[in-house]
Design a protein around this ligand. Structure first.
Ligand code: SAM
Ligand code: SF4
Length: 509
């Protein structure tokens, strides 16, 4: 099995392939146009499996820069910045793959790029504002011959209005239309200055020939796109379109390729990952898919996120019990502890139904970590409703949570709800919730002192002998080791202390 060395996980903007080449080697599996994966990890066995020049070269001779635009090769460089969730991160990996396959080279500064792309999020207003302010920073760049594109959820939500608000933007493409990206890029290359991809009615998931993966230790894989739930506060059904599941054989083919490239941990992604419905005659259930992925030779850890409580069925817990490679972590967003608020949110379960799911997970013999998402200050959320959420925290004792102030979003039904909670009150509730959760996490992590866990090492500190990685339960562990090289390996770590957000420990040899 190949191991990854000397390569720390990188930030959301990613590094250019050449930057990876400088640091190590690049491996790829791209045979005869078959779906492939470019993995920017460092291989111990073979320095290069693929002609890098084909990916990073100056591009095809047929390319003619449109009038008024900078000449090649700068035109064939791209900068890609990602806002938002893991699904956006992974979409960016695919976008990068599409561009690299067309001869583009990724650069890590917008100043150095001919094509500047923002893969955006619009789940909360703050995220959307951040994108527009970033776009503002680059308003002068178009006259310098650069092409600026907005991809993802904000692109889908705002559509052609983006051209009005930021006339220096040339490309607007929603995440449901990413399959059209090569065609849209070709239109830009042939001189068209305004192109859009805004269809939502595609029944395909975004499968690319090449995915340029940023994380050398954990490979993300989208298995279901879009969402058919209709939570009253959420833009996802509008920005990512209806639910579409990827064929199980295609998923398993990619997992095998990932294993061949040296990945041992994969994370299956979807807004409601456990609503997966295999479109092939095989009709593989989500729990069966987890087991099938775990059985791929070389795969040692299988993660999945995000699970929707209504579709969280007992066979998922049974699969976790039967197969230790399925990681002991479930992210199960509750959003509120009050059934009244859950109804207003159109969340399709009550507090007690949610707690039944928690009971089912807790009844497993494995110590499955549970994390969640919570929204405070939803319209109509009374003090009593909020206290129900606080009591839910006491009852479930989550291992971690993401908490948000309710943010009214365009087109969503909750916009029309009365009893809007003032911003200061939302902030107060958020602080109270977070303080409570910090205490719970301190206590939960503290109880693990003395225990030993397997950790996949993914970080090396500048401080000598300090390493970090994740347990199967997705806890961050910072630990000491005298070993010379550990990145990409699995080690046993004994917990010697804890903070609310991490474990502290030592390598047990
Ligand atoms: N599909 C996942 C689910 O239903 O659990 C969540 C997807 S969403 C990208 C991640 C989280 O953002 C949600 O669980 C919710 O807590 C939060 N969120 C979504 N819309 C929001 C809004 N309008 N205001 C505040 N938080 C929001
Ligand atoms: Fe949004 Fe609800 Fe779908 Fe999650 S399940 S993506 S919160 S609509």
């Amino acid at each position: 099995m190949r191991k990854f060395l000397n390569l720390l996980p990188i930030g959301k903007q990613g590094l250019g392939l050449q930057e990876f080449v400088k640091r190590g080697s690049v491996t790829a599996d791209f045979l005869g146009g078959k779906a492939g994966v470019v993995n920017c990890g460092v291989s111990m066995s073979k320095p290069f499996d693929f002609e890098i020049g084909k990916l990073t070269g100056p591009g095809s001779a047929s390319f003619r820069p449109p009038l008024g635009l900078a000449p090649a090769p700068e035109r064939r460089t791209f900068f890609l910045e990602t806002f938002g969730c893991q699904m956006n991160d992974h979409d960016s990996e695919k976008v990068a793959g599409v561009l690299l396959a067309r001869g583009y080279r990724q650069v890590d500064r917008p100043e150095a790029a001919g094509l500047i792309l923002y893969n955006t999020c619009s789940i909360r207003e703050k995220a959307a504002q951040k994108v527009f302010s970033r776009l503002g920073e680059y308003r002068t760049k178009q006259s310098e011959g650069k092409i600026i594109g907005v991809l993802g959820c904000l692109a889908q939500q705002e559509g052609e209005d983006i051209f009005e608000r930021a006339p220096w933007v040339s490309l607007v493409c929603g995440s449901a239309s990413y399959r059209r990206l090569p065609q849209l890029i070709a239109e830009l290359e042939s001189g068209n200055h305004r192109v859009t991809g805004l269809d939502l009615d595609t029944d395909e998931t975004f499968e690319t020939e090449i995915t340029r993966r940023d994380n050398p230790f954990r490979a993300y894989l989208t298995i279901i796109e879009g969402c058919d739930k209709a939570c009253s506060y959420c833009v996802v059904p509008y920005t990512r379109g209806p639910e579409r599941s990827r064929a199980s054989d295609s998923i398993l083919r990619e997992v095998r390729q990932l294993a061949d490239l040296g990945y041992s941990e994969v994370q299956l992604l979807g807004q409601t990952v456990n609503s997966y419905a295999d479109p092939t005659p095989r009709r593989m259930r989500f729990a069966e898919l987890l087991l099938a992925v775990a059985e791929v030779p070389g795969i040692r850890r299988v993660r999945f996120t995000t699970s929707h409580p209504s579709d969280f069925t007992p066979d998922i817990v049974e699969a976790m019990e039967a197969q230790p490679k399925v990681c002991e972590h479930v992210h199960l967003p509750v959003q509120s502890g009050s059934t009244k608020v859950l109804r207003a949110m159109q969340r399709t379960y009550t507090r007690s139904e949610y707690l039944e799911k928690i009971g089912m997970i807790r009844s497993a013999t494995r110590a499955i970590a549970i994390t969640t998402d919570i929204i405070v200050g939803f319209p109509g959320e009374s003090e009593a409703d909020f206290e129900e959420t606080l009591r839910l925290l006491d009852e479930v004792r989550y291992d971690s949570l993401f908490s948000f102030k309710y943010s009214p979003r365009p087109n969503t039904p909750s916009l029309k709800l009365p009893d809007v909670i003032p911003e200061e009150e939302k902030s107060r509730r958020l602080a109270v919730l977070q303080d409570k959760q910090r205490e719970i996490q301190s206590a939960r992590n503290g109880q693990l002192t003395g225990e030993t866990f397997e950790v996949l090492v993914s970080g090396k500190s500048r401080r000598e002998n300090q390493w970090s990685g994740y347990t199967s339960s997705n806890r961050l562990a910072n630990f000491t080791s005298q070993a010379k090289e550990l990145l990409g390996t699995y080690v046993q770590v004994r917990v010697t202390g804890a903070t609310p957000n991490s474990l502290v420990g030592e390598h047990v040899v």
